[in-house]
Each structure stands twice: as structure tokens, then as C-alpha cells.
Design a protein around this ligand. Structure first.
Ligand code: ADP
Length: 294
């Protein structure tokens, strides 16, 4: 990353905040899956910047819009988005810098309550005003009145199609097609609502600030069944019992969630097949067998 790029970014920050911002020091930060991240230190303010190749500027545009969508609910704290754009060499997204720490049982309780309040923000259809990405995979959010159709076409079938293009045929596709034909069975007594979702709520995308307030970041927002966010919190662990109890106290989950969570996490495992390959294909097949046996 050359000094010229940082100078362009500092200039854009100055324009966005309508006050001069000059970088005193930069520090490379670890932790991101997809992008390179830096702390930009100024005289009195610090910013967090993510960088990627120029072609991926739309990914940052969607993340910028997602953070704004979450922020306007005033439920869970998110890093304030400042500006996104591109230089000749890189695309960038600048956010408020927040010193992040690990969650505590108390902050987990608060996150459970606040997430339920976030999910109470609804709209009359599934999808969102723009498409975005899950990891670096394109995620379609085309408006749809029917959740089952949305989940079938824009989530499962989209990942299965991508997997086929990457050479994952055989059982993965056979089971996938069978499951897509039987989705109605999972929704016999349940009508999901179109809740505002974080969309990528695994443990690595939440932390707390120095005042122990929960913070969520790196979203893949859309409006859909709130159970999808809860399911992902369970997939890779990291959320304690306090989180789930507090969530349920505000807005109780339906008993069918226990079965549907596999259906919802299947989307993320299929995405892992497409991003990382390896053993994820057999994990996806196993999940589909389990769902079909239900
Ligand atoms: P990626 O899109 O590459 O996955 P993330 O948005 O997850 O990147 O950010 C990478 C890491 O940087 C996070 O795990 C977190 O520790 C840290 N981070 C994210 N946002 C901020 C922020 N606004 N201020 C300070 N640190 C942040």
C-alpha cells in the first residue's frame, strides 16, 4: 500500500467529515477474511479502513449502505461508515475506528436484547434495495413476497448453481435439487416476517467497545427470516447462553427453529464450498440428508 493511496483516502475523509484530516501514522490490522485492514491515526481522530482491488468497489458500496441501514435503527452499535471509494489502485471503505475487546456475559445479554430489537425492524417484502456479497460471493436480494421462494431461488439454488460451475456435481446437486423441491415442508406452521438482518452474524463479526457495549460489523444485510441470523450464531460458536436467553425474552423463537436452523446454515456451508472447497461439500451433503430425513 503506497503513501499516495493513503493521501487520496485522507483527502476523501476530510471531504466527508467537512474538516481537515491528516494521517500521522498507519498500522496494519489483522483479522479480516476478505480485505486488508488498517488503522489511520490522525491528530485527534482515528479511522478504520478496509482495502481491496478496484474492481470490488461495489462490495464496499453495499457494506456502506448496510452499515447505514443498521445504524438508522439505533438498536445495536455499529461502526459509523464515513466514506467508500477508489484510488487508481485500490477500493476502500472508511469507518469510525472502535477499540474492540472480547464480549462478556453482560455484553452478550445486551447483544441478545438489541439483536431482537433490530429484528423487529421490518418491511413488507423479502430482499433489499441492493444486492451485496456474502464473504466475497455475490448475494442477490431481489424483492420477493414469498420467503420460501426467496430462500430457494436467491439463497440455496444460487449457491448450488455456483457450486456446479466450480465442478461440484453428483450428490451435492442431486440432494440440493430434492431439498429445494421440499422446502414447503419446513414451514407448515410458521410464517416468517421480513426482519432487518445482519446477514453474516458469526462470532468474528461481533465484539464490544471499551464501554462494554456490543458492536456488530461486516454485515451482509437484507430483510428476511430472523432465524437465519440466529442460526449462523450457532454454526461456528462464540455466543453464550446469556445471548440466547436475552434474545428470547424480547422475542421468543418458534419451536420449529431447531429444524430450520440446519436449512439456514446450509446456505453458509454451501458458500464455504464455493469459497474454500475442501471438506465443506461433504458437510453440505450431510446437512441435506439430515433435512430430507426429517
Ligand atoms: P473483512 O471484511 O475482511 O472480513 P472485517 O470487517 O471483519 O474485515 O474487519 C477485520 C477485523 O478488523 C475485525 O475482525 C475486527 O477485529 C476489526 N475491525 C472491524 N471493524 C473495525 C472498526 N470499525 N474499528 C476497529 N476495528 C475494526
Amino acid at each position: 500500500m503506497n503513501a499516495q493511496n493513503f493521501a487520496v483516502i485522507a483527502n476523501q475523509i476530510s471531504t466527508a467529515i467537512q474538516s481537515p484530516f491528516e494521517i500521522q501514522a498507519t498500522k496494519s490490522l489483522a483479522g479480516g477474511d476478505i480485505n486488508r485492514a488498517f488503522l489511520l491515526q490522525g491528530v485527534s481522530q482515528n479511522y478504520f479502513v478496509k482495502l481491496n482491488c478496484v474492481e470490488l468497489v461495489e462490495m464496499f458500496a453495499a457494506e456502506f449502505a448496510g452499515l447505514n441501514e443498521l445504524a438508522q435503527t439505533k438498536t445495536v452499535k455499529i461502526p459509523r461508515p464515513i466514506i467508500y471509494g477508489q484510488t487508481d489502485d485500490v477500493s476502500f471503505l472508511v469507518l469510525e475506528f472502535i477499540e474492540l475487546k472480547r464480549a462478556t456475559p453482560k455484553s452478550e445479554r445486551l447483544l441478545g436484547q438489541q439483536l431482537a430489537q433490530l429484528h423487529q425492524q421490518k418491511q413488507p417484502y423479502f430482499g433489499w434495495k441492493i444486492d451485496n456479497t456474502i464473504g466475497s460471493t455475490p448475494q442477490s436480494n431481489k424483492r420477493c413476497e414469498n420467503w420460501i421462494t426467496f430462500w430457494r431461488e436467491q439463497r440455496l439454488a444460487a449457491q448450488l448453481k455456483l457450486a456446479a460451475q466450480k465442478g461440484y456435481g453428483g450428490q451435492l446437486q442431486i440432494l440440493g435439487e430434492k431439498l429445494c423441491g421440499r422446502l414447503d415442508d419446513f414451514f407448515t406452521n410458521y410464517q416468517p416476517q421480513a426482519s432487518l438482518l445482519h446477514g453474516d452474524l458469526w462470532g468474528g463479526n461481533t465484539a464490544v467497545n471499551t464501554e462494554n457495549q456490543p458492536v456488530i460489523f461486516d454485515p451482509a444485510c437484507y430483510y428476511g427470516d430472523r432465524e437465519t441470523d440466529l442460526a449462523l450464531t450457532e454454526l461456528f460458536g462464540g455466543f453464550g447462553q446469556d445471548f440466547y436467553s436475552a434474545y428470547n425474552e424480547v422475542w421468543r423463537l418458534d419451536s420449529g427453529y431447531k429444524t430450520r436452523k440446519t436449512l439456514y446454515n446450509l446456505y453458509h456451508i454451501l458458500n464455504h464450498v464455493n469459497l474454500f472447497g475442501g471438506g465443506y461439500a461433504s458437510q453440505a451433503e450431510q446437512m441435506m440428508r439430515q433435512l430430507l430425513a426429517n
